[in-house]
Ligand binder design. Structure first.
Ligand code: D5M
Ligand code: FE
Ligand code: ZN
Length: 505
């Protein structure tokens, strides 16, 4: 057992001296040695005598997170650390700001008129982003004054059809509120590769030359709403110091209730969060403030034919009860934020609202539930959470996008500034008055799951993450040749966005 006064020996051995005021403060602390070690590892090496002001200067905020110095001591004097629990949290308070969430705001019932208005809203917002970059005309004005328009012109439209001609050229039909126009991209054209990434119902701009025959133009340039080329994240993260804002762990697709749920690996993860792990991992663990969960918390029931044969818990509420037990073992200094996915017991049409009380009651009171998608702010970083069902559509329609590299789909989301453009495919879209899938504010991080593979990539200052799964390969996935990457998750430093992939296999 360490003596409370041993901190003075540590200081003596370090070669520094401390001021009487600092000595007094440290001696009132319940974990003086830890605190002294923390100070010594960060203090300006040119100092001879360390004073209270020097300690404040090295960012005592890292401990107190904007609280006053004294609070830190009050807090610590209330905590009795058990020797079996090595964990000492660095942050006392983990606030979350909800920036966008459908929960409680859904108004739609699914009428035809609502669909019209939904697509109008999508066109109006996305076309505005493109209009900043190109001087476009309405399709109607080009058709009426075609003779005058011959030569170069630009239009902004929603892609209403994509076909390939017998010669192998791409024919894109664009629609704006005033009419339709066709755009031709030749196979030999440099633009062809880009045109191959176009999908239905996205909004793009085209600059091209109008042909004298028919309502058709040859494309010279495709303009996407995209993130600006030199977008600098709201955080000047390149210069910031690590761990000022702590770290977040990102997970998804836990699939509790599936017989393929990897319980041992999960407990390895929970032990890590408790700080019960090897010293290099401990250094990461002690800085984790948030656990963000992007859907498919449970396996659900009746999700695909024959699923019941692979369930260990066949009752949906039984599955959430068990999930609650697993999550409630996570140490309390970590703030948990959970959104739903397509296996969860909320409406299947997206955007999905947060879990109902009947499910929430199984989780710790301080768990924060959000809808899907949702935008939250944690540790200074704006995080767009989306389960990622549309990734199936991106993989099916864009040849360069693959399940093995899920962030390739997420780059397309950012370019198109839309999480799920294709209507009427895998994602069932509810026609809300506002298009909640539009990426209007540029986030610092986009977090998806769903495809059960992992990835981390930086695109124009935005960190794209896919957080894999805690379920090993199911029979169903075997049949569709889906190879999951389970129990591997990204941990992100919220100040620097530095990401490590931890493997709990
Ligand atoms: O989805 C896990 C992965 O399995 C995801 O990439 C989609 C794929 N999946 C799910 N359902 C189907 C169907 N019906 N056909 C083909 N591929 C599918 P999860 O939502 O976790 O089940
Ligand atoms: Fe899943
Ligand atoms: Zn899913």
């Amino acid at each position: 057992m360490m003596n409370k006064n041993d901190f003075r020996n540590i200081i003596m051995e370090s070669g520094y001296f401390i001021s009487p005021e600092l000595d007094e403060l440290i001696s009132t602390c319940s974990i003086p040695c830890d605190f002294v070690n923390y100070i010594l590892s960060r203090i300006d090496e040119s100092l001879i005598v360390i004073d209270v002001k020097d300690v404040k200067q090295i960012g005592i905020d890292q401990f107190t997170f904007n609280r006053e110095f004294d609070d830190f001591y009050n807090f610590n004097s209330q905590i009795e650390y058990e020797s079996t629990k090595p964990f000492k949290p660095l942050f006392l308070d983990n606030p979350v700001e909800i920036i966008k969430d459908i929960t409680g705001q859904s108004t739609c019932v699914g009428t035809y008129k609502e669909f019209i208005n939904y697509f109008r809203n999508r066109y109006s917002i996305l076309s505005k982003m493109i209009r900043n970059r190109v001087n476009a005309r309405s399709i109607e004005s080009i058709i009426i004054n075609k003779k005058m328009a011959i030569g170069e012109a630009s239009i902004i439209g929603m892609v209403s059809d994509i076909s390939t001609t017998t010669n192998g050229h791409k024919l894109i039909e664009l629609e704006d509120p005033t009419g339709y126009f066709s755009v031709l991209i030749k196979e030999s054209d440099d633009l062809y590769e880009e045109a191959n990434k176009l999908i239905k119902d996205e909004v793009i701009g085209i600059t091209g030359s109008i042909f004298s025959s028919g309502n058709i133009m040859g494309a010279k340039k495709i303009i996407f709403p995209d993130v600006p080329d030199r977008h600098i994240s709201s955080h000047s993260f390149n210069n910031s110091q690590e761990n000022i804002n702590g770290k977040a762990a990102f997970i998804s697709d836990v699939h509790v209730g599936s017989s393929m749920f990897l319980e041992n690996e999960w407990y390895g993860f929970v032990d890590f969060l408790k700080g019960d792990c090897k010293s290099d991992l401990y250094e990461i663990s002690k800085e984790i403030r948030y656990l963000v969960v992007a859907g498919d918390l449970v396996d659900g029931i009746g999700i695909f034919p024959g699923q019941d044969k692979e369930l260990s818990i066949i009752d949906i509420y039984g599955q959430y009860k068990k999930a609650g037990e697993y999550f409630n073992e996570i140490p309390e200094h970590i703030k948990i934020i959970i959104g739903p996915g397509n296996h969860d017991a909320v409406r299947q049409a997206e955007p999905q609202p947060e879990f109902p009380d009947r499910i929430k009651k199984y989780f710790r009171d301080d768990t924060l539930f959000v809808g899907n998608p949702a935008v939250i702010k944690i540790g200074g970083a704006k995080v767009l959470m989306y389960h990622g069902r549309s990734i199936d559509d991106f993989v099916a329609h864009i040849p360069s996008v693959s399940y093995a590299n899920p962030t390739t789909a997420m780059v397309e989301m950012l370019k198109k500034r839309h999480l799920s453009p294709i209507y009427g495919s895998r994602v069932s879209i509810a026609p809300e008055a506002h298009d909640h899938f539009i990426i209007d504010q540029i986030p610092d991080i986009i977090h998806c799951g769903h495809v059960h593979t992992v990835g981390a990539e930086m695109y124009r200052g935005v960190l794209l993450l896919n957080s894999g799964t805690w379920q090993s390969q199911t029979e169903f996935q075997k049949r569709v040749n889906l190879i999951p990457v389970p129990a591997k998750i990204p941990i992100v430093d919220l100040s620097t966005r530095k990401t490590v992939m931890l493997d709990f296999n």
